[in-house]
Design a binder for this molecule. Structure first.
Ligand SMILES: C[S@@+](CC[C@H](N)C(=O)[O-])C[C@H]1O[C@@H](n2cnc3c(N)ncnc32)[C@H](O)[C@@H]1O
Length: 235
């Protein structure tokens, strides 16, 4: 049995400090800083006149802070399951923008945001918590509805691979990365919580789904082993 939403919330409630810095929060992600830089630069290039950013699964606000370096003074809506994460994100993000910051404690499956309101959505390391195909479908469709025309959705996340043999190969490469980063015990620790908590889908599944729910410009910015950065435009 995979973790429930409540178990995931409780786990992240305890992990605010680690996620309050990109250096510590994302070490388990291959190429995390590169992917963050790519998606925020891409969002700024595609949507240069953006006024409203929505950061879903915002954690302690790392993605919003990076976005504000390229597009200053945006209004920012922060969404996360974890109230301690949101509180930290609100403090950090409000200090970095003259715009309004609105924290919303919610499950991304139940986004209560009006349609056509947002210019940029960032989803950093959160969609891999979605479970069945219907959940993926409805969350991607909701992101499409929330965006204004010309707005864009950017994702950096763990992905899997549908031929099992390729998944094994990529997972092995990821394990090698974790061992090099620290040691075998750390690799096994990360493998254990992925097994317990995460249900990533392949990059191609997500690209197909983005197109299916209506996005026009869908593009891949980066992929290395089990991690990818990609996005889509509401044309
Ligand atoms: C791996 S952290 C990433 C945080 C942040 N995006 C970053 O990259 O620094 C995932 C975050 O997503 C949140 N989260 C997980 N599942 C969620 C859900 N269903 N709805 C809203 N937030 C969720 C967790 O509470 C956690 O703060």
């Amino acid at each position: 049995m995979k973790s429930t939403v409540e178990q995931i919330r409780q786990r992240f409630d305890q992990d605010v400090e680690r996620f309050s810095s990109l250096e510590t929060g994302h070490t388990a992600f291959v190429d995390s800083l590169l992917m963050l830089d790519l998606i925020t630069k891409a969002a700024a290039a595609v949507t240069p006149h953006a006024r409203h950013l929505l950061d879903i699964g915002c954690g302690a606000g790392n993605y919003s802070l990076k976005m504000l370096q390229y597009l200053p003074d945006l209004d920012v809506t922060l969404v996360d399951l974890s109230q301690p994460m949101l509180t930290r994100a609100q403090q950090r993000v409000q200090a970095a923008t003259a715009g309004k910051v609105a924290p919303v404690q919610a499950d991304i499956r139940e986004l209560q945001i009006d349609d056509n309101q947002v210019d940029i959505i960032l989803a950093g390391a959160v969609f891999h918590h979605l479970r069945g195909e219907l959940e993926w479908q409805s969350v991607f469709a909701r992101c499409f509805q929330i965006l204004r025309i010309g707005g864009s959705l950017w994702i950096a996340d763990m992905v899997d691979h549908s031929p099992a043999v390729l998944q094994a190969l990529m997972y092995q490469r990821y394990g090698d990365y974790l061992v090099q980063l620290r040691d075998e015990a750390y690799r096994d620790h990360v493998y254990t919580y992925i097994e317990q908590e995460d249900t990533p889908r392949s990059l191609l599944f997500q690209v197909d789904l983005l197109r299916q729910v209506g996005f026009g410009g869908v593009e891949i910015l980066h992929k290395n082993a089990c991690f990818a950065a990609f996005g889509a435009i509401k044309t």
